[in-house]
Design a protein around this ligand. Sequence first.
Ligand code: PLP
Length: 391
Amino acid sequence: MTNRLSWIDEELTKLKDTGFYNNIRTLSSPQGSHLIVDGKRVLNFCSNNYLGLANHPKLVEAATEAMQKYGIGPAAVRSIAGTMDLHIELEKRMAQFKKVEASAFFQSGFTANGAIIPTLVGKEDVIFSDELNHASIIDGSRLSGAKIIRFAHADPQALEEAIKTAPEYRRALMITDGVFSMDGDIAPLDQLIEICERHGVMSMVDDAHGEGVLGKGGRGIVDHFGLHGRVDVEVGTFSKAFGVVGGIVAGKAKIVDLLKQRGRPFLFSSAVTVPDTAACMAAIDLLEQSTELVDRLWANARFFRAEMDKLGFDTGVTQTPITPVMLGEVTVAREFSRKLFENGLFAMALGFPTVPRGKARIRVMISASHSQQDLEEALDIFDRVGKQIAR
Ligand SMILES: *Cc1c(COP(=O)(O)O)cnc(C)c1O
């Protein structure tokens, strides 16, 4: 018998038959160098917890103290009664950290893109978008109604060509990821910005995987290239290196001002909770106090990659702690990931359509929370599994 929902069973069956059904694993431990995954204790090389802040005692303490004073829920959208002095303080602190005039705090990085892009451009405008940009940039761009023109990945000449050949428009906005999360490569932001400036195109970078990682003390891609004051909008997240959850839009005060008038997730979705906001602030404190965690992250990443190369693995084109282990066929990558797990290491296999066909990989996420012993154990497991699986 068919009914109006039977198509859903067909969809689910199709996903399972074609191997695209995502079996979501369950954690029963905090984030850290090790996790308990589906009941098994394993080394964790899967998370975006770059600096080990997701379970840092200072963040836990800050969240607990703030809850004693403010409770938990904001109970309203920011523009009605949901803005606490905590939110304002966090926005000021983040603007200082990023060396920009102002910032606006959102529920997530995904949401931040859905707020800022439609604030800057609309139907009469165009967006020049790197072809590998994150899903939230794509969705935010679609929401804006602007014409979306994709340019070849990380290719400044392709951007310039796209600008020159674009149909007539009112305003234009270039958007790129800062660090691309599948390959770990860094956008050539200095060249992209130079082109935007020359052609009067607004510029925006989503630095979700660059914050807390690139630049001095983790100040991000703009600091990495020394482009302060030249990038119109920086979008970021508190859910990766900062170890919490939340999104940020940073830039000129007038942009943030308009965003708080027009950004729909700001106007129609409630503010971030008290403990999250306080924990984000504590993360900024830690980063401003010392570069130790960022330095350790990079030392770990360099060591791991060099040793993997010595073991004969292909770690692709990464320039960051995101370390892809290129394996070719998706079936091989999946088998590899399964064997790693059996041997006590959790790292994700990625295949088409997340990455191009024939470029399946294990994506190893390095963290400052890994000890030297953790890294050596991981290398040992990779070596062992590598010898079992024909590559
Ligand atoms: C992870 C990511 C996001 C989403 O951030 P959340 O805070 O988890 O919503 C947005 N943009 C990019 C480029 C990302 O990598």
